[in-house]
Design a protein around this ligand. Structure first.
Ligand SMILES: CC(C)(COP(=O)(O)OP(=O)(O)OC[C@H]1O[C@@H](n2cnc3c(N)ncnc32)[C@H](O)[C@@H]1OP(=O)(O)O)[C@@H](O)C(=O)NCCC(=O)NCCS
Length: 180
């Protein structure tokens, strides 16, 4: 049976109090708060996170602590013209939970989703100054033994001059080893 939004996902890698599941609409406000407090992510409208939790729930994952508080999320989707690719739009971990392998586990959970069964590549854009994020995707590529290619993504000039925004480099991981 397909995994539905709200279902608990198994994390076989480690036994911890963290629970992974696909998002539901009721998670959107918590994700928005986490993004606002992250200090590094672009804060999109609350409506955008509602769309993620509704339309893109099958390719997104949230992590909750033992008290069922949302502590991390990855919002992703398959670009319409690239059915073999999952694009990570945003990934964020609450400050207290960082550097404990949680973001990497979220990405592994994402790749194990039924909706990602034909996924051969994972993409994300990352700014040059976001060392944590760059290390995260490099670590994932190492874990899944796939190549990591970094190329030009969105240039700084693509953003409004009213807000200074760094360039976003395109990270592309894959192809993944085919599962037997
Ligand atoms: C980026 C972020 C999601 C990483 O989450 P995390 O749970 O701390 O990451 P993990 O513990 O899974 O670490 C993954 C890898 O990144 C490295 N890493 C994590 N934070 C790091 C930091 N601040 N500096 C250097 N390396 C870091 C880890 O050492 C690990 O690499 P390794 O396996 O080679 O040792 C988190 O720092 C965050 O939420 N930042 C704010 C939001 C953001 O920038 N999101 C990414 C852009 S979409």
């Amino acid at each position: 049976m397909a995994v539905q939004p709200g279902d608990t996902l198994r994390d076989t890698a480690t036994e911890t109090a963290v629970r992974f599941r696909q998002p539901e609409v009721a998670d959107a406000a918590s994700i928005w708060c986490l993004v606002r407090e992250s200090g590094a992510l672009d804060v999109n409208s609350q409506y955008a996170y509602l769309l993620i939790c509704d339309h893109f729930a099958r390719t997104s994952v949230v992590a909750c602590d033992a008290q069922n508080r949302l502590i991390a999320f990855v919002a992703a989707y398959s670009p319409p013209h690239k059915s073999d690719t999952v694009f990570v739009w945003q990934v964020g971990v609450s400050a207290a939970w960082r550097k404990q392998g949680l973001a990497k586990r979220l990405l592994h959970q994402l790749l194990q989703l039924p909706a990602c069964k034909d996924t051969n590549f994972l993409e994300a854009t990352v700014t040059p100054s976001n060392v944590a994020s760059r290390r995260l995707f490099a670590a994932l590529a190492r874990d899944v033994q796939a190549e990591l290619n970094i190329s030009a993504g969105y240039e700084a000039c693509h953003f409004s001059t009213e807000s200074s925004h760094e360039a976003e480099e395109l990270f592309r991981i894959g192809p993944f080893q085919t599962q037997s």
